[in-house]
Ligand binder design. Structure first.
Ligand SMILES: [Mn+2]
Length: 406
C-alpha cells in the first residue's frame, strides 16, 4: 500500500493517490472525455493489439495500486491474447476466447518491477497472478511495447528505467499530479483516485470481461489509494467501480485483512519505537503544525523485518490533531531515508516533496534522501515553511481533505 519512492524521487508509501486537482485529463467523473484523451486511449489499444510482446512494469516497492493494477491488466491481456505468463510461447493451448477472427494472435506478456532483489511485498502476496510475474532481468533490453503502472516518472521504475526509455512504445498509466509524461502514450489522470481506475478503463477498452482475478487486483488498488474509501478522492465513481468489482464475488473483508489488519508480531515493537520518538512542532509547516518520527534500520533489525513493515506507521502518526502535516522517515537497508509526508489539507506536501526530488500529491507525497534524520528534517521544514497560504487557507484545489494517504 504504499507508493513510495525508492531510489529517487517518489512518493512515499501510501502516499499518493489522493488529492488530485479537479482538472485532470482523463475521462473525468462527468464522463465526458476530451477528444485528445480518447485519441490517446485509442492509440494505446491499437499499440497493444499490434504487439507480439508486451512488457508491464509498475513502480519499485509496489503498493496495492501499482501491483494490483499491473496484475489486473496482465490477466486481461492474457485473456485477450491468449498468451501465458512470461515466456510461454504463443499458441500454447489457451488461445483467443473464440476461434473466430476477433482477438489478435497470442503475444508474450512479461510483468515485472525493478526491485533487486526482486521480491513481492508480503502484504500483496494474496493477489492472484504471482505466476505472471518475472524478475526484471526477464524484461527485454529494448521492449517493443511497455506499459507502466502508477509510476510518476521513469526513475520510479528502478532497474527497469533504462528499458522503459528504450521501448519502441511506452504507455504510461498513472494518476499522479507530478507525472512527467515520460511515455509515448500518456494515460495520466490526476483526478483518478487510483491507477486501478485507469487500468479498469483500459481493460474495458480491451473488451475483456472482468474476472475475479482482474477484479481483485483492481479492488486492491482502489482500496489502497483511497485508504479504504476514507480519502477525499473517494468519489461516486470510486464506489461505483467498487460495486462493479464486488459483483464478481471477491470478498472485501479478505482484502482488508490482508492489506491492513495483520502484521508480524515484531511490528508492534517497531511501531512502539517509532511512536516513542515522535515529535510535535506546533509552529511547523507554516503554523499548521508538524508531527514527525523515524523508523530506523535498527528498529527493524531488532525483529528481522523488512522496510515495508514501516509503511503503515504514517497512518498512526498523522492522527495527531495538533499537526496538519505528518512525516515519517524510514531508513532503508542502505541507510537511505524513504520519507513519507501527509497533509490534512492546509499544507501542500506534494510541492515540498517535489522540491526535494520526490513526488506525489498535495496531501500525500514522499521523497528519498541521504544524510542524518536531522538534516533531512531541516531541509523539509524549510520547504514546508514556505508552503502556500497562511493558516486557514488550505491547499488550492483540495476541498476539505480529511486525509492523505498514500
Ligand atoms: Mn496509486
Amino acid at each position: 500500500m504504499t507508493d513510495d519512492h525508492p531510489p529517487a524521487p517518489g512518493q512515499s508509501s501510501g502516499a499518493d493517490a489522493r488529492a488530485a486537482g479537479p482538472d485532470a485529463g482523463g475521462p473525468g467523473p462527468a464522463g465526458l472525455p476530451s477528444p485528445d484523451v480518447e485519441a490517446e486511449w485509442s492509440r494505446a489499444v491499437k499499440i497493444l493489439d499490434g504487439a507480439t510482446e508486451i512488457c508491464l512494469a509498475c513502480h519499485v516497492r509496489p503498493d496495492g495500486d501499482a501491483l494490483g493494477s499491473m496484475l489486473a491488466v496482465a490477466h486481461a491481456l492474457r485473456a485477450r491474447h491468449g498468451a501465458g505468463p512470461a515466456g510461454p510461447a504463443p499458441g500454447d493451448g489457451t488461445g483467443p476466447r473464440d476461434g473466430t477472427a476477433g482477438p489478435p494472435p497470442a503475444v508474450r506478456i512479461v510483468a515485472s518491477f525493478g526491485d533487486l532483489p526482486f521480491e513481492i511485498p508480503r502484504i500483496l502476496r494474496f493477489l492472484p497472478g504471482a505466476d505472471l510475474l518475472s524478475p526484471p532481468d526477464a524484461v527485454p533490453e529494448r521492449p517493443q511495447v511497455m506499459v507502466t503502472f502508477d509510476a510518476a516518472s521513469a526513475d520510479r521504475l528502478g532497474v527497469l528505467e533504462t528499458r522503459a526509455c528504450r521501448a519502441d512504445e511506452l504507455i504510461v498509466l498513472d494518476h499522479h499530479a507530478s507525472n512527467t509524461r515520460f511515455g509515448t502514450v500518456n494515460l495520466v489522470d490526476p483526478a483518478a483516485a487510483a491507477t486501478a481506475v485507469l487500468a479498469f478503463d483500459l481493460i474495458r477498452r480491451l473488451d475483456v470481461e472482468i474476472s475475479r482475478d482482474i477484479a481483485l487486483g483492481l479492488y486492491a488498488g482502489l482500496v489502497t489509494d483511497t485508504g479504504s474509501f476514507k480519502y477525499s478522492t473517494t468519489s461516486p465513481r470510486v464506489h461505483e467501480l467498487a460495486a462493479r468489482l464486488l459483483q464478481t464475488g471477491i470478498e472485501p473483508g479478505v482484502v482488508a485483512h490482508e492489506l491492513w489488519d495483520r502484521s508480524p508480531f515484531g511490528f508492534l515493537g517497531v511501531l512502539s519505537a517509532a511512536l516513542g520518538r515522535a515529535q510535535l512542532e506546533p509552529a511547523g509547516a507554516a503554523g499548521h503544525g508538524l508531527v514527525w518520527t523515524t523508523v530506523t534500520r535498527g528498529d527493524r533489525a531488532a525483529y528481522g523485518l523488512p522496510l515495508e513493515v514501516a509503511e503503515s506507521i504514517i497512518d498512526v502518526v498523522r492522527r495527531a490533531d495538533e499537526a496538519d502535516v505528518a512525516v515519517v522517515l524510514k531508513e532503508d537497508d542502505d541507510g537511505c531515508w524513504q520519507v513519507s509526508a501527509r497533509s490534512k489539507g492546509r499544507a501542500d506536501v506534494g510541492r515540498a516533496c517535489v522540491a526535494l526530488g520526490g513526488g506525489g500529491h498535495a496531501l500525500a507525497a514522499g521523497f528519498t534522501a541521504r544524510g542524518t534524520a536531522a538534516e533531512v528534517m531541516t531541509a523539509l521544514r524549510e520547504k514546508l515553511a514556505t508552503g502556500p497560504g497562511a493558516p486557514g487557507q488550505g491547499v488550492a484545489g483540495v476541498t476539505s481533505a480529511p486525509d492523505a494517504g498514500r
